[in-house]
Design a protein around this ligand. Structure first.
Ligand code: ZN
Length: 240
């Protein structure tokens, strides 16, 4: 089982009744439900900004294989100390990090990938998500393209490092394009950014979006270390 922690700032659902109606168990609850659609794969823990230690005490963070993050208005409330711990878990321990939608500006995401994550944005409109790397594990079971009838427009330039793998590109009805599914390798860890998921839209109920997030969590999980290898000094000999 992959130990997944789903973190949500959990602000909109508590301050807007329309968003609460759309996500009655919170966006984190909706993400937990989509992970449960593949039984026996994911062991899910919920964490929110309002919980003790901002939802991620060491006992939780250090037992997390993949951290899924949804934030928007409360990025600045996440402590620098927690941000550094998350980055170190990715870089040094191989924890996977999946940043969703407005988490492009979150402190963990920008700290891990190394740029400020800024982008263009605009009105909600029809989006076509194109699968541009069908052989990638995150694209497994995803068609050549799929349509989201209404989603917040995110546009280029998207201030990220050049992705190590670009899995999805999106086109928006008013003409913008956006790198909507991006993989990054950082230290010994893996990072995936995925754009759909504005809080007033229904994208997290789309079956393709739900499968992509499940695929991303599975892909981002750290590999288990092979047991039983001799210590490096036993087989690294000077060449003479
Ligand atoms: Zn949004």
């Amino acid at each position: 089982m992959i130990n997944v922690t789903v973190w949500n700032e959990f602000y909109h659902e508590n301050h807007d009744e329309n968003i609460r109606a759309l996500y009655p168990r919170g966006i984190h609850g909706c993400i937990a439900e989509m992970l449960a659609e593949e039984p026996g794969v994911f062991n899910v823990t919920i964490a929110t900004l309002q919980d003790p230690d901002q939802g991620l005490p060491d006992s939780v963070l250090n037992n997390t294989d993949v951290l899924v993050w949804w934030g928007h208005l409360m990025h600045g409330h996440v402590s620098d100390e927690l941000t550094a711990k998350i980055r170190n878990r990715v870089y040094r321990d191989g924890m996977g990090f999946v940043a969703l939608h407005s988490s492009h500006l979150s402190k963990p995401f920008t700290s891990i990938v190394g740029t400020d994550g800024s982008l263009q944005w605009g009105d909600n409109q029809l989006e076509i998500v194109w699968n541009v790397l069908p052989a990638h594990p995150i694209a497994e079971g995803i068609p050549q393209y799929f349509i989201l009838e209404s989603e917040e427009m995110y546009g280029e330039p998207f201030n990220i490092p050049q992705p190590d793998e670009l899995v999805f590109m999106s086109w928006f009805k008013h003409g913008n394009v956006f790198r909507s599914g991006c993989c990054f390798y950082r230290g010994v860890g893996k990072v995936f950014y995925f754009q759909p998921g504005h809080e007033t839209e229904r994208s997290y109920y789309n079956p393709h979006v739900r499968k992509i997030i499940r695929n991303a969590v599975r892909w981002a999980a750290p590999h288990k270390m092979m047991p039983g290898l001799p210590a490096p000094t036993e087989y690294i000999k000077p060449i003479v």
